[in-house]
Design a binder for this molecule. Structure first.
Ligand code: PQP
Length: 393
């Protein structure tokens, strides 16, 4: 018997405090059934990881959201990366691996470091500010579109667009409906930004379009891949940076540790990604009758993977709920793993390292000075408002 749990993972109460429900799902068994949505779910580390690794049994090509592309027409052109299996996936992934290669990302380091130092200096001069808008959003909205090769106008339009896509992996609830309405005015703009002519001749966007010249992909596919970059590159790192600042503000002793050794910046970011898991969930669809633990689940089942619950599974992590920037957190699934493991992780980690490094070197204290507000999203975990005061070191 697969345990059935009366949990709604797409509602305000869950988003406000998902941890009791995460524990209930992990403790109920390797796989649970959520009748409210007629879906299965895995929340233990080993089972989430196992599912991420087994792309043959758990397809992404029927969508990584709750809707099954085999039963319903996708609301947008499916992603050639996120919503694809081998061999199609591997062809586009190979290209994106090249575009976002460690060498390509390393070349951005200098410019990204200057942007981080400048931002933190400006924020120190202000003293009090909203760490979501003024820090976590401001930084990726500068450096990422620069790296893609986008013009400077309207970059904030990327936020409602990403917010809509990440909401669309969940059910058609009010979060999704609101996000669609908010994004409607920017849809044409995002589409236009994916075109070759809209992008500078250097940058990730141009590199993708250049692959079309080589015949690796078609010109139309290049646009869909640039769309992937524009969708994936901002809201994710915004919530990653937000998670890190929120952790450092809540745990001053840890911030003191980081200040004492700024070379911990990279680990401090990684640990925030483990603990807060900005990308909380993704779905897979079973391609055959599959066995999880002792239980058999039929072909064509939607199965929700709780990355955030896996990253706090006490079966895997000691003091799982603690923000410990010196722990060995390698193996967390905040960036996924397997063939769909985050291709942008090198970029995200660079951004995290440089912003947290600047905080470590320049800032003496970070204090939360008002009521933080959570941002509700069917996939992403983050804040809408985080009022802080920073003092210089
Ligand atoms: C988490 C690709 C990747 C990145 C797309 C797409 C959308 C989102 C993400 C999720 N993503 N990190 O549209 O191809």
């Amino acid at each position: 018997m697969i345990p059935a749990l009366d949990i709604d993972p797409f509602c305000t109460a869950f988003f406000d405090d998902p941890y009791p429900a995460h524990a209930a799902m992990r403790d109920a068994g390797p796989v649970v059934y959520l009748p409210r949505y007629d879906i299965h779910a895995v929340a233990r580390y080993d089972d989430v990881r196992g599912m991420l690794m087994d792309w043959g049994s758990y397809t992404s090509a029927r969508g990584v959201g709750i809707f099954d592309f085999a039963k319903e027409k996708p609301w947008r052109l499916p992603s050639l990366l996120l919503e694809a299996d081998p061999p199609l996936h591997d062809r586009t992934r190979k290209l994106m691996d090249k575009v976002l290669s460690p060498a390509a990302v390393r070349a951005l380091r200098e410019a990204f470091a200057i942007a981080a130092d400048t931002l933190i200096d400006d924020l120190l001069a202000r003293g009090s500010f909203d760490a979501v808008r003024d820090l976590a959003e401001a930084y990726p909205l500068t450096v990422f579109p620069d790296a893609v090769g986008m013009p400077v106008e309207n970059r904030r339009f990327l936020l409602p667009y990403g917010n809509m896509v990440f909401n669309s992996f969940g059910p058609r609830n009010s979060f999704f409906e609101t996000a669609v309405a908010d994004a409607e005015p920017v849809l044409a703009w995002v589409q236009a930004q994916s075109k070759r002519d809209a992008l500078s001749v250097t940058g990730f966007g141009a590199a993708i379009h250049a692959a079309a010249d080589d015949g690796d992909i078609s010109a139309a596919e290049a646009e869909v891949l640039v769309r992937s970059l524009l969708t994936a590159g901002v809201d994710t790192t915004v919530n990653g940076l937000c998670a890190a600042v929120y952790c450092l503000a809540r745990f001053p002793a840890v911030f003191a540790q980081l200040r004492a050794d700024p070379s911990l910046a990279r680990l401090a970011f990684e640990e925030a990604v483990r603990l807060e898991s900005p990308v909380q969930t993704f779905f897979r669809t079973s391609t055959r009758d599959v066995t999880i633990g002792e239980e058999t689940i039929p072909e064509g089942s939607k199965i929700l993977m709780f990355l955030g619950a896996a990253n706090r599974d006490p079966r895997r992590w000691e003091r799982a709920d603690e923000y410990d920037i010196t722990r060995r957190n390698a193996g967390h699934v905040g960036f996924g793993t397997g063939i769909h493991g985050c291709v942008g992780a090198v970029l995200a980690r660079l951004e995290g390292e440089l912003v947290l490094g600047a905080l470590a070197r320049k800032v003496g204290s970070i204090e939360i000075v008002g009521e933080p507000k959570r941002r509700y999203n069917n996939t992403l975990r983050g804040m809408a408002f985080l009022p802080v005061r920073m003092t210089a070191a």
